[in-house]
Design a protein around this ligand. Structure first.
Ligand code: PLP
Length: 384
């Protein structure tokens, strides 16, 4: 039974969400996928399904326990080795989700008096990790989006008054999930090395898509192997589920012993691991997938009059929440699964359509979407 006090509170909050046009509901997938993160079109690839089925037959449907209990199987180690080799790092540690990784690795690293600096548009999972670290006594500095001069100043100012033993961590998305723009990793690496700060880069939206071998933005920008903590997810371009942190052995050992999201959670199940291994193999040996996803996005971006960006995320700024929802519904009615993104996922007043592209889409389908966007008045100068 829910008490009337609780009922009243829930109703008040639901009324407020509706009044603000921010009520959320789960909407089943329908129409052409222009909104998921399945950038390489691997989620439904029969080879991933076969790898998952084989893993389930050989090692079980579930892991049965946390890794540190009895949940470990040979596929966990194989997947960690494959990821470390791909990303050019000494080691790797799997986490069950990207949210769990980011939210729990930051507090696992920072002590009271330490500091974490975070880009203003970082993903919510990094934000929550930073907030947890702050609640435990670390300083939290949020720097304006991509403003590395500001970050440098903030690091030096903090250092000048911090205890000598205090340490700093800098956290950034590689590709920002709601804007599709990219961090300047070489400058971040140089800055963090100069200031002695640990750099954490979230490659959730670049793993599988960028770089000569698809390893991510660090590879594309020539700094693979120079970033101490490269986090990424397995549920987006790689078509499976889960997350990882590629890092030196010493950091892996620390996280394995201290990150609560790793310790207190049942290990990733074998089918997910089997599919992820196959997803990595295909991401590497079928480069046409990333070329196609990125090609579609660059076509959309140029028709929208936007600057080039190395990602498959194309935001269409709308501003007002209700208008973003109405535009998304209009596109859905024409068979294009495009979703509106509203606050608090994006800052107030910056609701948008978040269009994504994937290898599963044909060029003609992208052109049809462009025509639909033009008919809704969303292309500059009425271009089609
Ligand atoms: C940048 C970024 N980091 C982390 C996550 C969380 O990953 P997961 O879905 O595996 O929890 C997401 C999205 O889901 C993301 O966009």
């Amino acid at each position: 039974m829910i008490s009337s006090a609780w009922k009243n509170r829930l109703e008040r909050q639901a009324d407020l969400r509706r009044a603000l046009g921010r009520d959320r509901a789960i909407q089943p997938a329908a129409g052409l996928d222009f909104c998921s993160n399945d950038y390489l079109g691997l989620r439904r690839d029969p080879r991933l399904a076969a790898a998952a089925a084989e893993a389930a037959r050989e090692q079980g449907a579930g892991a049965g326990a946390a890794r540190l209990l009895r949940g470990d199987c040979s596929l966990h180690g194989a997947l960690e080795a494959a990821l470390a080799q791909w990303k050019g790092t000494e080691a790797c540690l799997l986490f069950n989700t990207g949210y769990q990784a980011n939210a729990t690795l930051i507090p696992a690293l920072l002590a009271p008096g330490d500091a974490v600096f975070s880009d203003a548009l970082n993903h919510a999972s990094l934000v929550d990790g930073c907030r947890m670290a702050r609640a435990a006594g670390a300083h939290l500095g949020i720097y304006p989006h991509l403003d590395l001069a500001h970050l440098g100043e903030a690091l030096r100012t903090w250092r000048a008054s911090a205890p000598q033993e205090a340490l700093a961590l800098v956290a950034t998305d590689a590709i920002f999930s709601m804007d599709g723009d990219a961090a300047d990793l070489p400058t971040l690496v140089d800055l963090c090395e100069a200031e002695g700060a640990l750099l954490l880069v979230d490659e959730a939206h670049s793993t599988g898509l960028l770089g000569g071998d698809g390893a991510g933005l660090a590879q594309a920008q020539g700094v693979a192997g120079r970033i101490p903590l490269v986090m990424g997810t397995l549920g987006k371009a790689l078509g499976s589920f889960g997350a990882f942190v590629c890092c030196p052995d010493s950091l892996r050992d620390h996280l394995l012993n201290t990150a609560r999201g790793f310790i207190f959670s049942t290990a990733l199940p074998p089918p997910v691991l089997g599919a992820a291994l196959e997803g990595i193999r295909l991401a590497r040996c079928e480069p046409w997938r990333r070329d196609r996803a990125l090609g579609h996005a660059s076509l959309l971006r140029s028709a929208l009059g936007q600057a080039p960006c190395p990602s498959a995320i194309v935001p269409v700024p709308v501003g007002e929440d209700g208008r973003a929802v109405a535009l998304a519904l209009a596109l859905q009615a024409q068979g294009f699964d495009v979703r509106a993104v509203r606050p608090p996922t994006v800052p107030a007043g910056s609701a948008r359509l978040r269009i994504t592209t994937g290898a599963h889409l044909e060029a003609a389908q992208v052109t049809s979407l462009l025509r639909a966007l033009a008919n809704l008045g969303l292309l500059p100068g009425g271009r089609t």
